[in-house]
Design a protein around this ligand. Structure first.
Ligand SMILES: [Zn+2]
Length: 146
């Protein structure tokens, strides 16, 4: 399957599709055309985030095909499957808590649907046409509003 033009200043398809789990299990992690279009929109939002952070965004997980998503133990309704969400850090900007706080204060500006501080180790961010502007913390104690 071919990929449409991502049209992003800061991100590449390689970053969007990279998955150690997919590689290890030999799973195809190529999105359908409709999902590719969603990823283009997500990348557009992330370009704005990256520009304001002013430091590199290191993507740990973006798109996950359903089988890949299941393999990593995530729910089938995950926004990663739709191409709407990614997990990242930006260590040159600061700690994940600092990145989270910076974006939480700008959820409306950026059109962020969900912003989640996960296990104090990475930030999960998602974008939709009708963003909910939700900030959450997920850790060993569970999920709660942040
Ligand atoms: Zn995530």
């Amino acid at each position: 399957m071919s990929l449409i033009d991502l049209g992003s200043k800061y991100f590449t398809w390689a970053e969007v599709l990279a998955s150690q789990t997919a590689a290890r299990r030999g799973l195809d992690n190529t999105p359908e055309d409709e999902t590719q279009a969603t990823i283009v929109q997500t990348a557009k939002h992330m370009d704005a985030v990256r520009a304001l952070l002013g430091t590199p965004v290191l993507v740990s997980s973006w798109f996950r095909a359903l089988k890949v998503n299941t393999a990593v133990g995530s729910r089938p309704t995950s926004q990663h499957v739709k191409g709407e969400a990614l997990d990242f850090t930006s260590p040159k900007f600061g700690s994940v808590e600092a990145v989270f706080a910076f974006l939480k204060a700008r959820m409306v500006d950026f059109g962020i649907d969900q912003l989640i501080l996960e296990y104090g180790a990475w930030v999960h961010i998602s974008f939709t046409a009708t963003p909910r502007h939700m900030a959450l913390t997920i850790d060993n104690k569970g999920t709660r509003a942040a």
